[in-house]
Design a protein. Structure first.
Ligand SMILES: O=C(O)C[C@@](O)(CF)CCOP(=O)(O)OP(=O)(O)O
Length: 326
């Protein structure tokens, strides 16, 4: 009986130089190259089964069968792999996000990267990681980067054929991240909608591509120098540049909440106490703290009285995708 199975694990990544704005919505081509750190602590595990005995595509996430709109997104993505394999079979996707809700991290990056890997294995496409990152990109931009571990650059490229991730540094040194989760409720404005509105209406956005390319060059030098203070200064600056574009959109909006600003001040306070701690933030109120992994527990202990230890989770750098036994 014709049946194909694949199962794959992919880890979450946090951008230090942000992807913010598309030059092509359909192909998900970014306005600027960007760079992230893959995290060990948070990952998605996704299995896919193609079979004649499956009547139509179905998708189970964390034990819950998903509705048609979610299945439709998955089907469109899996179609890319079905076309490559010349296969016309329906599939069943079962995915678990090992991202504690308390971590409030977007899991679309790890989930689409894991699904890409699972399809690659199931359909025996034998796609190399670069090709796989180009396909993961079609699910969600940040998924491009979760194919690789450590510090990863997503090169904006000139089109679908070369907009892909490349490993930049294996992060095999004393670096890590503490995730401070301020709230885990579903965001009002998704990153997809937020960046589209910003590109369309912020007068500041025209500066974003050039400034981001400059910041990226500097960040790469700072990582190669393993200079965490330098990396942190760049990361904080770039995160705030991103949030400045949303504040200058029309109508304006922001992902920053009162507690986010408190957390930013607390991180600056940690530096005055001698810690190497630098914040970054994405399309949500939660704060991620770049630091030496060796300081992460002390940083958690220092922040716990104000924010609660249960909202503070440390992670080492994580690996690229892992193919598991199907
Ligand atoms: O991760 C970063 O570089 C920065 C962000 O997280 C926001 F701060 C963007 C993530 O955007 P994503 O969810 O990938 O959007 P999609 O391509 O519309 O699915």
């Amino acid at each position: 009986m014709e049946e194909y199975r694949g199962i794959c694990r992919a880890h979450t990544n946090i951008a230090l130089i942000k992807y913010w704005g598309k030059r092509d919505d359909e192909l998900i081509l970014p306005m600027n190259s960007n760079l992230s750190l893959t995290l060990d602590r948070f990952y998605s595990e996704t299995q896919v089964r193609f079979s004649k005995d499956i009547v139509e595509d179905c998708f189970q996430l964390d034990g819950e069968w998903q509705d048609n709109s979610e299945v439709e997104k998955i089907s469109r993505f899996v179609d890319l792999f079905r076309q490559l394999a010349q296969v016309d079979l329906a599939c069943e996707v079962i995915s678990y996000n090992h991202v504690p809700t308390a971590a409030g991290l977007a899991s679309s990056a790890s989930a689409f990267a894991a699904l890409a890997g699972a399809c690659n294995q199931a359909l025996r496409l034998d796609l190399d990681p670069l090709a796989l990152s180009r396909l993961a990109r079609r699910g969600s931009g940040s998924a491009t980067r979760s194919i690789f571990g450590g510090f990863v650059e997503w090169e904006k490229g000139s089109g679908d054929h070369d907009s892909q991730a490349v490993p930049f540094d294996d992060a095999n040194w004393d670096v890590g991240m503490v995730v401070l989760t301020l709230n885990t409720k579903k965001k009002a404005i998704s990153s997809r909608r937020g960046m589209k509105h910003t590109v369309a209406t912020s007068p500041f956005y025209q500066l974003w591509p050039q400034v981001s390319e400059e910041k990226l060059l500097e960040m790469k030098a700072a990582i190669k120098a393993r200079d965490l203070d330098w990396m942190g200064e760049i990361a904080e600056s770039h995160a705030m540049l991103m949030h400045a574009t949303t504040l200058s959109a029309n109508p304006a909006f922001t992902y920053l909440e009162a507690e986010s600003l408190k957390a930013i001040e607390a991180v600056k306070g940690l530096r005055q106490q001698g810690y190497k701690a630098y914040f970054t933030m994405d399309a949500g109120p939660n704060v991620k703290i770049l630091c030496p992994y060796s300081q992460s527990q002390a940083i958690i202990d220092a922040l716990a009285p104000e924010f609660g230890a249960d909202r503070l989770i440390a992670s080492r750098p994580g690996p690229g995708i892992q193919y598991l036994e199907a």
